[in-house]
Design a protein around this ligand. Sequence first.
Ligand SMILES: N[C@@H](CCC(=O)N[C@@H](CS)C(=O)NCC(=O)O)C(=O)O
Length: 346
Amino acid sequence: MKQVKYVVAGVALLAGMATAAQAASTLETVKSRGNLVCGVTTGLAGFGAPNDKGEWAGLDIDLCKAVAAAVLGDATKVEYKPLSAEQRFTALQSGEVDVLARNSTWTLSRDTQLGLDFVQVNYYDGQGFMVHKELGVTSALELKGATVCVQEGTTTEKNMGDYDKANGLGFQPVKFKENDQARAAYDEGRCDAYTTDASGLAGERTALKDPASHIILPEIISKEPLGPVVRHGDNQWGDIVRWAHNATLVAEEKGITQANVDEVVAANAADNTAADAEIQRMLGITDKMGEGLGLGNDWAYNIIKAVGNYGEIFDRNVGPATPIGLERGLNALWTKGGLQYAPPVR
Ligand SMILES: N[C@@H](CCC(=O)N[C@@H](CS)C(=O)NCC(=O)O)C(=O)O
């Protein structure tokens, strides 16, 4: 039912959008407005939530900042628009936000039926379950007849249905529109289990009254490639968002960090025969790679200067040294056995 609603809304909005799109591309709109409107979660620790200074922080927030740095040369020029799972795609379709950077799973139907495009994966994830320790359960397969708190408008509720069917578990889903409500209900013991992306479980656990009295079960029941989304048809804008993430990957691969990027520029001068040619291209020292994106040739320099490379972004927001405590796993660079892989800057 929900999917049908998205599709109808998508088609209606697309008709209206055609004229808006002709009037101005997203790039032009963002440049003339002077800021980027980024659709983000209403609050998920590590991915997108206000920090103790009240400033938005997280892995997805850094993607918003990277795009603003590439386009406007200033990572602070972002207006964050919190969107629930149900609101997020309509907000992007209607033009209320320029880009959605909010733990959203790339699926076939979302990619083809909503008038939207997923452009990259900034976090490879999968769905898991968290339970109250006192339940004494150690596997999701033991959750027979369990009440499970879940947020509506997500792949989560659908995967849970598939898993239930495949394993004959007889789950009793308890559905909520807002994530805060789902988490609170689980915390108060109204559900035996809580299910969402494993990254979300790690983030949400930190918000529970007593995080130590909950365990995350070992089963990962789905693929959740999470990534930024743009409107279908504005290909240049899609390229910009895709390459904003890619630049952070190439930077990590090449050992370029927020702290050393100026030294790297100096060490890779155009006339230096020992320089790394891909670094030269990416940092705008040779060639004019930015032009192809409709940006200045310092686009990638600005990104790295503002948010650092992907490894730095990961470690700062969700890595082992943070309360979220996630390992790189699938999100390691391809050179380290992971899936994070950027096409060549050439
Ligand atoms: N990746 C899944 C789930 C995304 C999702 O919305 N998860 C919830 C639970 S962690 C969330 O982030 N809620 C925050 C909110 O609604 O603002 C999807 O794209 O459907």
